[in-house]
Ligand binder design. Structure first.
Ligand SMILES: Nc1ncnc2c1ncn2[C@@H]1O[C@H](COP(=O)(O)OP(=O)(O)OP(=O)(O)O)[C@@H](O)[C@H]1O
Ligand SMILES: [Zn+2]
Length: 756
């Protein structure tokens, strides 16, 4: 307790500060910044996000000034701009486009993240300058002669090397001697000293080009997800008076405001329809390409396209909390979440760099001393080895694949929260589906009403059931109430209604005890006539769910309901078994009903499960098979959490987006298989990338020590590997959930024409 208080007091001195950082291309950049800042006095909880280009940390300004943080980041070679401070006069007045409204505007516009033309960046100018100098030097060699050209090459090398060396020294001064910049500086500097100026200049140029290419690749993966934000229109037609609208900035809409959306326009905010009916294309948000019919009271997502009707909408969420904004945020966060493989690579490269430097020293020293080798020759080989120690390709191999994969998935409504989840999903052996709302539409309808005897009127049976179910939220309850309304039967008055999870509803009706619910739970509460029981079994064998209404210890009759399987449920289960993945249906429904449905879909079943029983069933499955649980996210959070991977199905439910490991936004059973295929494709891609990176390194390590390849081939191999690895990762952006020949899915990804 006392310790807590002390920590609190200490925390009181710390304040959160944020910056935007430009020029970070890979996790090693983030690592460098994090490492350097963590060594500063009075700094805690440093968060660097490569994808968002942001830096946040807790700072005790008494010990380190915010300006010192910024200047350190600058010295490491990055552009930096103060974003916001919690409460102070230091906030750059008027700096930035939108102080205070940062998030809303940035997620939509992504100005800061949008790539600048490469030649306008510091790195771009460096490449141009070095390239021109190198060209001039080459020209001089063939005209004036080698003597003067040597000095020109030296100049070209120094032009390119100076900023790199500065960054290397800054990093070394804050305790990080082993950086890529340091390797470059040592190698190129050493080459200059042994008189290989021409090659040194070439190496510096190739290194600079490689850095730019890396940045381009990182931007590609980034813009894949940023593009989603552009689907929200910038303008909205705000209703200012009945029948009168004014065009306003959609980023400034507030909850409760009313907007009008014309046919063909995009919807500017997550909203509820007040008036109008239209077919709405939600593909920009959920990836679902079949438009849905929406009317009064329905919710719509920002970014969806309104096809045919004029809609009046009430804004339901502020712009920065729109579903699409949350999806983007989630994917960006996921892109930072490190996979186990990635952590391994990180640790590996931390050992790898010093090891190669050590090897280089040995190569420079041992052969000349022990074997009488020539000093110049072996120094040269050692310098080339230093370049091979650059782990760039290796370091970006995993995150590049994961970033592409997550972007690609998000565009098809397949969300996974990070690399660790992808790894787990790829190894899935069994998928457990919740029945209601996941395998089925979740909209049961009453099909049969069966009174227990002629003494009971159908109307009375419906009235009793509807009275009991009136306030229950279960889909069965809603179906019964809807049926009563359609039949114009007034619900009976009940009191003290109480839902019994997994069983039904109990209540009092004029002082008598009443119940409606599962037939197997009737026994405790009353008697079920033989004939009725037999009829119930028949109905259940048809795949219907039957509930029984009991009053005063006597079952008055049964109501059968049917919940249709989703149209692609059977195909979805088949797609999974084509991947070698077993499917199991979990349900609270009775076994006969479950068997009828499972038989149609070709899926295994566990029926009659109470809510806690589902969790147990998952634990048991997950105990001997890697299990993915797919549920509608509404009340199966514990079951989702018990599986290796918990995936929520259904677009827009907050629970789905926030609590599960992943989500299928398109309400398609087939997307379970698509998710696993994407995860497997990603893992295969990662393995290829590691093989490319390590393979090329290994190859050139050997050829360098043997003296077959020299300095510039070493750096070319490094740049080449980096480019290959990123290009390979970008292939994942072309993933099609329905398989290679699915054209329909490609349409869903195609850019939709802007509405305004
Ligand atoms: N409000 C209710 N009215 C009538 N019956 C109910 C109600 N709630 C539960 N039941 C009965 O209990 C059974 C199990 O309900 P539970 O909510 O556990 O499963 P479910 O959500 O309907 O199905 P699934 O497990 O497939 O998603 C239902 O099939 C039904 O017979
Ligand atoms: Zn890098």
């Amino acid at each position: 307790m006392a310790q807590d208080a002390a920590q609190e007091a200490e925390k009181g001195a710390l304040q959160r500060h944020q910056w935007r950082v430009e020029g970070m291309d890979c996790p090693s950049c983030a690592g460098k910044i994090r490492g350097a800042l963590e060594r500063l006095d009075g700094v805690a909880d440093v968060k660097v996000s490569v994808m968002q280009g942001s830096l946040a940390l807790d700072l005790d300004t008494g010990r380190t000034a915010p300006e010192d943080v910024a200047s350190l980041v600058e010295r490491l070679g990055y552009g930096v701009r103060r974003q916001s401070a919690q409460d102070d006069a230091e906030a750059p007045s008027g700096a930035g486009c939108c102080a205070g409204r940062d998030h809303a505007d940035h997620f939509r516009r992504g100005d800061d993240a949008s790539p600048r033309r490469w030649h306008a960046t510091a790195k771009g100018r460096l490449v141009l300058a070095t390239g021109v100098a190198l060209g001039v030097a080459t020209l001089l060699r063939f005209t004036v002669g080698a003597e003067i050209a040597h000095w020109a090459f030296l100049a070209a090398c120094l032009i390119g090397l100076a900023p790199v060396a500065r960054r290397a020294v800054s990093a070394a001064r804050v305790g990080m001697p082993f950086t890529i910049e340091m390797l470059m500086t040592l190698a190129a500097g050493g080459a200059l000293i042994i008189g290989a100026a021409e090659e040194a200049a070439m190496v510096v140029l190739l290194f600079a080009i490689g850095e730019i290419l890396e940045g381009v690749a990182a931007d590609r993966a980034r813009s894949g997800i940023r593009a989603l934000a552009d689907r929200v229109p910038r303008e909205a037609r705000l209703e200012v008076a009945p029948g009168e609208t004014r065009t306003v900035d959609a980023a400034h809409l507030a909850v409760g405001q009313v907007v009008v959306v014309r046919p063909g326009d995009r919807i500017p905010a997550d909203a509820t329809i007040l008036e109008g009916r239209s077919s709405i294309d939600e593909s920009p948000v959920t990836g679902e390409s079949v438009p849905r019919d929406r009317g009064e009271g329905d919710e719509v997502f920002a970014g969806s396209i309104n096809h045919d009707g004029v809609l009046r909408l009430r804004v339901a969420r502020p712009p920065e909390d729109n579903t699409i904004a949350r999806i983007i945020r989630l994917v960006e966060e996921a892109q930072e979440a490190r996979a186990p493989t990635e952590r391994f690579i990180d640790r590996f490269s931390r050992v790898y760099m010093p090891a190669v430097v050590g090897l280089a020293v040995l190569v420079a020293v041992v052969p000349p001393l022990a074997l009488g080798g020539e000093w110049g020759e072996w120094t040269y080989r050692a310098l080339a080895l230093l370049l091979i120690g650059c782990p760039c390709a290796l370091v970006i191999s995993v995150p590049a694949s994961i970033a592409s994969s997550l972007s690609s998935g998000a565009r098809h409504g397949l969300l996974l929260k990070g690399g660790a989840v992808i790894e787990a999903a790829a190894r899935t052996e069994a998928v457990a589906f919740d029945k209601t709302g996941t395998l089925t539409e979740g909209r049961p309808r009453v099909t049969d009403v069966v009174p227990a005897s002629d003494a009971v009127a159908v109307q009375d049976l419906i009235a009793l059931a509807a009275g009991l179910e009136r306030d229950a939220s279960h889909p069965l309850a809603q179906a019964v109430v809807a049926h009563a309304e359609a039949q114009q039967v007034a619900a009976s008055r009940v009191s003290e209604a109480r839902a019994v999870p997994g069983q039904g509803v109990e209540a009092l009706i004029e002082g008598r005890r009443a119940f409606v619910g599962a037939p197997r739970h009737v026994a405790d509460r009353g008697t079920l006539a033989k004939a009725l029981a037999a009829r119930i079994e028949e109905l259940e064998a048809e795949g219907k769910t039957v509930i029984v209404a009991v009053e005063d210890g006597v079952a008055l009759g049964a109501i059968a309901l049917r919940d249709e399987p989703r149209p692609d449920a059977e195909a979805g289960v088949q797609a999974l078994s084509a991947l070698g993945v077993r499917s199991v249906m979990l349900t609270g429904d009775n076994d006969r009903t479950a068997a009828a449905i499972a038989g149609r879909l070709g899926i295994e079943r566990r029926a009659g499960l109470m809510p806690e029983g589902k969790v147990e069933a998952i634990r048991e499955l997950a105990g001997h098979e890697r299990t993915m649980m797919i549920g509608d996210g509404i009340n199966d959070a514990p079951a989702l959490a018990s599986a290796q991977v918990g995936v929520a199905m259904g677009s827009g439910t907050d629970v789905a987006l926030e609590t599960a490991d992943g989500a299928l936004l398109r309400n398609r059973v087939g997307d379970a298989a698509a998710l696993i295929r994407l995860a497997r494709a990603t893992m295969a891609n990662i393995r290829q990338n590691i093989a490319i990176a390590l393979g090329l390194k290994g190859l050139f390590l050997v050829t360098t020590v043997l003296g077959i390849t020299g300095l510039w081939l070493a750096i070319l191999a490094d740049t080449g590997a980096t480019v290959l690895v990123t290009l390979n990762a970008l292939r994942l952006l072309r993933f099609a959930p329905g398989g290679r020949d699915s054209t329909e899915d490609n349409e869903a990804v195609a850019p939709v024409p802007a509405a305004n």
